[in-house]
Design a protein around this ligand. Structure first.
Ligand code: AMP
Length: 216
């Protein structure tokens, strides 16, 4: 049986970090619309060209585009893979689309895991983060440096990168978008009794344990 999980929380709540762990511990697949959009921007596809300015400003890309990406990716994966939705859905329209996308593929949502965080701490988290340019492993200037300076713990890569939208002004816009458009989808899932909250301000391992207990 497949698991279908949403990680929900504002930018910098730790969705990507926790998704990375679930991928390595449980052979789940992370479906991050942000990663998909960044890949499209890098490849210069029509979707990428359309999305770039919105992403740079911290706004939201259209519901049609992101839901289209999710549907395509699920089709590529087939029926037997468990998935984590990271950064999707972000609006009520996307939440409705996700229900349709899952139902059409014989899937259903098992858990919506809400990472609860203190917004003031998020700017600090986000503006310090960087990742391995080769394998994508996440690091942080203050909280998670590679064990050997400038060498990726996972793959040994020596090139690192930062997201262009991880600057303070854009982060504030991304948070405002979260409050206005994404937080309001929680009640939809609360009404179904599938929301479980985890303290996203706890240490990374503790957050992981909280998530493990939910999906066990
Ligand atoms: P993320 O990596 O999830 O922080 O996403 C980075 C940026 O990509 C966001 O600030 C949005 O501009 C865009 N984006 C990612 N996922 C979505 C989504 N589900 N709906 C709309 N825009 C998105």
């Amino acid at each position: 049986m497949t698991l279908n999980i949403i990680l929900l929380g504002p930018p910098g709540a730790g969705k990507g970090t926790q998704a990375e762990r679930l991928v390595s511990e449980h052979q789940m697949v992370q479906l991050s619309t942000g990663d998909m959009l960044r890949a499209a921007v890098k490849a210069g596809t029509p979707t990428g060209l359309q999305a770039k300015a919105v992403m740079d400003a911290g706004g939201l890309v259209s519901d049609e585009i992101v839901s289209g990406l999710i549907g395509e990716r699920l089709d590529e994966l087939g029926d037997s893979v468990s998935v984590i939705f990271d950064g999707y859905p972000r609006t009520e329209a996307q939440a409705i689309s996700l229900d349709e996308i899952l139902a059409a593929r014989g899937r259903k949502l098992d858990h919506v895991i809400e990472l609860k965080v203190d917004e003031d701490a998020l700017v600090d988290r986000i503006t310090g983060r960087f990742s391995c340019a080769t394998c994508g492993s996440g690091y942080h200037d203050r909280y998670k440096l590679p064990q050997v300076e400038n060498v990726c713990d996972q793959c040994g890569g020596t090139e690192f990168k930062r997201r262009p939208d991880d600057n303070e002004e854009t982060v504030r816009n991304r948070m405002a978008e979260y409050r206005a458009k994404t937080a309001p989808i929680l009640p939809i899932y609360e009404a179904r009794g599938i929301v479980k909250a985890v303290d996203g301000m706890a240490a990374i391992d503790e957050v992981s344990s909280g998530i493990e207990a939910i999906i066990a």
